[in-house]
Design a protein around this ligand. Sequence first.
Ligand code: NAD
Length: 273
Amino acid sequence: MIARDLFDLKGTKILFSGATGVLGTTMAHYLAQQGAELLILGRTSEKVNALQDQIIAEGGKASGYFADVTEEESLTKVKLLIESQHGSVAVLINAAGGNMPGAVIRPEQTFLDLDSEALRQVMDLNYLGTVLPIKAFLPLLLKSEKGTILNISSMAASRPMTRVMGYASAKAAIDNLTKWLAVELATKHGPSYRVNALAPGFFLTEQNRTLLTEVDGSLTQRGNQIISHTPMNRFGQPEDILGALHWLCSDASAFVTGTVVAVDGGFSAYSGV
Ligand SMILES: NC(=O)c1ccc[n+]([C@@H]2O[C@H](COP(=O)([O-])OP(=O)(O)OC[C@H]3O[C@@H](n4cnc5c(N)ncnc54)[C@H](O)[C@@H]3O)[C@@H](O)[C@H]2O)c1
């Protein structure tokens, strides 16, 4: 018997929020190269259209849709549009998210300086920005014979770190949601519907470059602390996430649900001694 290709993503319709971000762009190009059809969900038409055009120019399939992941009404409109054009989708990736400077407790501050409005905003983006797209688009996944949701968590969820209090709380909620929803979907809709999350460790990107490295490329104190707690002794690169991404989007992970997969160079396994 010829084994079927467990990793085959050809023709798989993947709806992807945050696809125009630093990690998202690399993930989107990779999935398109595997033959998946990308439905890019974003707010900014220039960015969404640019990514869509690049993927098409590379011979892939992509189309853009516009919504703010924190606005239920705009998500509902997009759901109706996608339903009329595609009928169903097989994978939903929730990668829109990120830290917000106002929700950070800086070294000279204490918890009493917490900006509760900034906390609300970071929770809204990372937590509600995952819950609301799932609520809006789950009917499209259920119309497919199998459906997978992939949330993007962070190391900050399971190993809370100094400063990024709001972001860490929001990502911890994503981990909990991932497990809760995995049970909900499998028990109420069947074993073909799965929910997992990826927890990237420390990736050196434009957003955190000045936090982790000096202008001459050497490590800041925080960068040093992170690398000294990372057994693989380096920051991640966007490409490091692709193997786990491919596995969780494909039938290769058919019996995997409710899991948060760390892609962190061993950071979460290491006690520091
Ligand atoms: N980069 C890292 O080191 C790292 C580490 C751990 C986890 N993460 C997580 O991975 C995910 C992707 O990270 P990234 O580095 O690519 O982030 P990024 O900031 O480069 O991209 C974020 C994306 O989300 C979109 N977005 C933001 N707010 C939105 C909204 N309200 N509605 C719709 N789209 C919105 C942006 O347009 C962008 O496409 C995020 O959830 C982030 O928290 C990143």
